[in-house]
Design a protein around this ligand. Structure first.
Ligand code: AMP
Length: 335
C-alpha cells in the first residue's frame, strides 16, 4: 500500500504560505486516495493512505512556552480540518509513542559525525550556550517519523533533502547490520505549490516562525481588516504607469502580490496601479480565508469531535507503526 506522510511543526501559526504551498496540495492528495480506495474496494486494493501529523515533538528543540505550544497545536489541529484534510489520517506525533521509541534505536545507529553536519545544528546550535540536545538529535527523530511508515517516497522541498538523506543512510545501515527491517525512502519533489514571499521583505519566504505579530505574514486566522492593513503595507516599488503591474524578477514585491492574487483565484489583468493590485489581492485573500475561518469556528465549537478525529488518527498510526517498531527491536536484540 502506498503511504504519504507529511508533518507540520507547530513552531508558529499557519500562514497563507502554508495554505498555498502545502495544505492545498495536501488536501488534493488526501481526497484522491480516498476516492481511489472507494473505487478499488471491490478489487481488494486498499489504495494509498495519507498520514498528516502535527510534529509537536519537533517544536521542543528550541526554548518554548508550554501553554503557547498547546495553543498552537489546538489551533493547527482545527485548521487542518478546516482546510479540508478530513480524509487523511490526522494525528499528533506525541500521541504515537513509536516515534520516540524508534528514534532512540536509530540514535544507536546514527554517528555523531553525520549529526554534526546537519545544517540546522550547524547554523543555530553548535557552540551556542543553552543549545538543547534535541536540536542535535531531532534529525534522527525525523528519520524515525519517515521509517516507521515504510514510506517509499517522501515529498519534500530542497531544505528537507538532508533529512531524507539521513533517513536513507540510517535505514541502509540498520538493514545491513541487523536485518531487513526498513524500506529505504527516496526524496521526491512534489509538483510545486505557490511559493509565497514575505510582504515586507519579498526576498524571504513568508514564514510561520517570523513571529505572531509579524506584519509581513498573513496568518490563516487574520481578520479581513488585518489582511487589508498588511497588504496595504506590502513592499512594491516606485514604478508608475500602466505596465507597472507585472511579474518581473526585478520587482519581487509586485511579483509576489500577483502570485498571491492568482493562487487565490484572482487575475491581475487590467489592473492599472499598485492601489488596484492591493485591493484585488485583499479581496482574493479574504475570499480564500473566509470559508476556512467559518469552518474553523464551527469546529472550535465542538472540541470533543475534533479530539475524536485526532484520537482515531493516532490509534491508526499506532496500529501501522507498532509492527515496524517491534521488528526493529527484535532485530537489534531487544525483547
Ligand atoms: P514550514 O512552515 O516551513 O514548517 O513548512 C510547512 C510546509 O509549508 C512545507 O511544505 C513548506 O514548503 C510549506 N510552506 C511554508 N512556507 C511557505 C511559503 N511561504 N510558500 C509556500 N509554501 C510554504
Amino acid at each position: 500500500m502506498t503511504r504519504n506522510l507529511s508533518l507540520l511543526t507547530p513552531s508558529g501559526r499557519l500562514t497563507l504560505g502554508n495554505l498555498l504551498g502545502a495544505l492545498r496540495p495536501m488536501a488534493t492528495q488526501a481526497a484522491r486516495p480516498a476516492r481511489a480506495a472507494r473505487a478499488a474496494r471491490a478489487a481488494q486494493d486498499p489504495g494509498a493512505e495519507c498520514f498528516f501529523g502535527i510534529s509537536d515533538l519537533h517544536a521542543l528543540t528550541t526554548a518554548h512556552d508550554p501553554a503557547l505550544l498547546r495553543g498552537r497545536v489546538t489551533e493547527m489541529s482545527l485548521l487542518l480540518l478546516a482546510v479540508g484534510l478530513r480524509e487523511a489520517t490526522l494525528f499528533h506525533q506525541s500521541a504515537v509513542p513509536q516515534h520516540r521509541e524508534l528514534s532512540y534505536l536509530l540514535e544507536c545507529v546514527a554517528h555523531t559525525g553525520e549529526l554534526n553536519r546537519m545544517i540546522q545544528f550547524k547554523e543555530k546550535g553548535r557552540g551556542r550556550d543553552g543549545t538543547r540536545a534535541s536540536l542535535y538529535t531531532y534529525p534522527v527523530l525525523m528519520a524515525a517519523d519517515i521509517l516507521l511508515y515504510r514510506a517509499e517516497e517522501v515529498p519534500v522541498g530542497d531544505d528537507q533533502r538532508q533529512h531524507v538523506e539521513l533517513a536513507r543512510d540510517l535505514a541502509i545501515r540498520f538493514n545491513r547490520s541487523y536485518g531487513e527491517v526498513f524500506t529505504v525512502p527516496r526524496a521526491v519533489h512534489p509538483p510545486a505549490g505557490a511559493r509565497v514571499m514575505d510582504l515586507g521583505d519579498p526576498s524571504r519566504k513568508m514564514s510561520k516562525s517570523a513571529g505572531d505579530d509579524h506584519a509581513g505574514t498573513i496568518f490563516l486566522l487574520d481578520s479581513a481588516e488585518v489582511c487589508r492593513a498588511k497588504i496595504a503595507r506590502a513592499v512594491t516599488d516606485s514604478e508608475t504607469g500602466p505596465d507597472a503591474v507585472r511579474r518581473d524578477p526585478a520587482k519581487p514585491g509586485v511579483t509576489n502580490l500577483i502570485e498571491i492574487l492568482t493562487a487565490c483565484g484572482g487575475s491581475a489583468s487590467g489592473l492599472r496601479g499598485y492601489g488596484d493590485l492591493k485591493e484585488a489581492v485583499t479581496e482574493a485573500v479574504v475570499a480564500t480565508l473566509d470559508p476556512i475561518q467559518r469552518r474553523y469556528r464551527e469546529l472550535a465549537a465542538d472540541p470533543a469531535a475534533v479530539d475524536a478525529v485526532y484520537a482515531a488518527g493516532a490509534a491508526r498510526c499506532r496500529q501501522v507503526t507498532a509492527p515496524v517498531l517491534a521488528a526493529a527491536e527484535a532485530a537489534i536484540g531487544l525483547g
